[in-house]
Every structure is written in C-alpha cells, then in structure tokens.
Design a protein around this ligand. Structure first.
Ligand code: ZN
Length: 341
C-alpha cells in the first residue's frame, strides 16, 4: 500500500476524540481506519469552534452561498480548548498510539517504524498572544504548523468568509502582529498554512518571502469558485516559492456548483489534482483531506478509502512516482524546507 501523508484533519477536535485509538462510529479518521487506508502521517489541527455556532450551513437558495464571517473568539477560550486538544494528542503519543513529529528525521522514523506521524497544527492562532510569548511554549510542545486564522478575524489577520461563487479577495490581510507571527514562524521552523486566509492575507505572507507557501487544504478556484480556493495566480505563487497545495476533499470546495453534497464522485477530487499538477507541476500538489471537518465524497467514505483515491489518480494517468509524490514525498520536501530540519 502506498503510504499517505495528509495535510489536514480535525480528528482531535471531534467530541469523541477519546475513541481515536480504538475506533469510533461515524467521522472519518481514527487509528484502525488510518491503518486500513495507508495513512502514515498527517497534520492534526487543534481547532476551537466558535462557541454557540453550529456547523456551517452550506445550504442556500439560487446557487449562491454567503456565510457571514464567524464572530471572533476570546483568546482565553482558545487558549483553554487548544491546550486541552494538545493534551489529547500528547496523551495519544504517551500511549504509543501515534508520534508527534518535530523534525523530518522524526517523520522518516515514524514511517519506518509503522507509527502514525502527527504534525501538531493550530487552525487559527487565537491561543497565541499578539506578543508571541506563547508561541515559544507551543513550539516546545511540538507545534510545527500554524494557520494564522480560521474563517474569522483575530489579532493576526482576517479569515476568508465562506462564499460561493465569489473571489477570495474579501478584505484586508495580515495585521502588524500577523506579519510578526509569520516571520517568527519562519525563524523557528513552523510551517505557515494559508488555507483560511483571504487573498490579501495570502499575498502579505508571500511578500514576507520567509518559506515555501503552503495551502494545506484548499481547492482550485477555476473549478469551484469558492472563496476557500486558490486562483491561478495564487497557485503560480505557491509553485514559485517551492511550496504546495494540499487538495481538499470537502464537497463544497471541489464541486462546480459548490453544494455541500456527499453524492460527489471521487473524480471531482482527481480533477482538482490534475488541474493543479498541469498548471504548476505535480511536485507542488499533495493531499489535504479535511477529514472530520467537512463533507467528503461518499465514494471515498473515510480515511480507509484513500487507496481508492490513489487508484483513481493512477487511472487518470499519473505514474506511480507521481502518485507517491502526491501522497507523501511532496509534503515531506516542503515540510523539510519550512522546518529547516
Ligand atoms: Zn479548515
């Protein structure tokens, strides 16, 4: 089985995260199903849901969707929930269920040893103070990937609201604290994830020129005109920086009609991978499922369905080397550059 590194999941944020190791009903990702699907590594998001807000409702009339930017959350709420989620991840490591990887040597060793490799990630940096003192603590705890914002404003940037069809150019980008955060992450060796930034924020990060540009779980805007997706110019900039896009599996970000509908063929994911590979080179394309954070195609089902996706890539004309690059090698190369290790 070809091993897979996946750029984004919310498994640790789910309410039943305690059952991650033994397996659980529903959801997309737990340890038994990761083994079944060949998932050998991934970026595990520590995410704080907006209190009181349910799951985003993508239903809409007339083919348009507009979801108001979620309300900001208090740093004290984010710090508490993010600490708890990190504790769950560290607990799984202590129990030998996975390994939190801090260097490429760790990543290679985990794969060699057959232990699931987990990269600790903040999806939205609300748990970190604008003075960045807590960033040192999080780095020490194993944080190696960070999205300055989720789709809500914070001290660092303005997240991109969920809209369809619409341009990702929805408002202002990084704040001064956001620029400091991105620079400091580059110095420390923490990958910066652009997936929930709006277009101005994306270009602000690109201008800082600190590290390869990474969009861990996004799609192609030319194929699905969601604000969460990347324009051709953004894809080009990712390639020019040596970075990558992890193609997302979430139905509303891959379907041409933007519908939140699991009745979506696997070929829809393949189409985004093909488009990005043809435009910017297969070495800049990888996977970023959004397992446990979104509706994924029924034909994939969950993480155990990953071999079907890799088969579909082969059937679409990708060579075995290219499939291996998309599945693992590209993430490994780009994380090595971001981590300087
Ligand atoms: Zn996300």
């Amino acid at each position: 089985m070809i091993p897979v590194f996946d750029g984004h999941n919310d498994a640790i944020t789910r309410e039943d995260a305690a059952d991650f190791a033994t397996g659980r009903d529903g959801g997309h990702l737990d340890l038994p199903r990761a083994r079944a699907g060949g998932l050998a590594g991934g970026i595990f998001a520590l995410f704080t849901p907006t209190p009181g807000a349910d799951r985003i409702d993508f239903d809409r009339g007339g083919g348009r969707m507009e979801v108001e930017l979620a309300a900001p959350i208090g740093p004290e709420i984010a710090a508490a929930t993010t600490s708890q989620a990190a504790g769950r991840l560290l607990g799984l490591e202590r129990d030998g269920k996975l390994r939190i990887v801090r260097t490429i040597a760790d990543l290679d060793a985990a794969r060699e040893d057959g232990v699931l490799a987990a990269v600790m990630h903040h999806e939205g940096a609300e748990a970190i103070d604008p003075g960045l003192q807590a960033l040192e603590l999080w780095y020490a705890a194993g944080l190696r990937s960070l999205g300055p914002v989720w789709s809500r404003p914070n001290a660092f940037a303005h997240g991109v609201p969920f809209m369809f069809p619409a341009s990702p150019d929805t408002g202002p980008g990084l704040t001064a604290a956001g620029r400091r955060l991105v620079r400091r992450c580059a110095e420390l060796g923490i990958a910066v994830d652009l997936s929930h930034l709006n277009e101005a924020g994306f270009w602000d990060v690109a201008r800082l020129d600190g590290a390869p540009l990474i969009a861990s779980h996004s799609g192609v805007h030319a194929l699905c005109a969601s604000t969460r997706n990347l324009t051709d110019a953004q894809l080009d900039a990712i390639a020019a920086s040596g970075g990558l896009v992890g193609i997302v599996f979430a139905a509303p970000f891959i379907r041409a009609d933007g519908a939140d509908d699991a009745d979506t063929p696997l070929s829809t994911i393949v189409a985004h991978i093909r488009y990005a590979a043809d435009r910017i080179g297969v070495e800049h394309v990888a996977l970023g499922s959004d397992f446990d954070g979104a509706t994924v195609p029924d034909e994939l089902g969950d993480v155990a369905g990953l071999p079907r996706l890799l088969d579909a890539l082969a059937a679409a004309g990708f060579t075995e080397d290219e499939v291996r690059a998309i599945a693992w090698d590209n993430w490994r190369r780009v994380l090595a550059a971001a981590w300087r290790a």
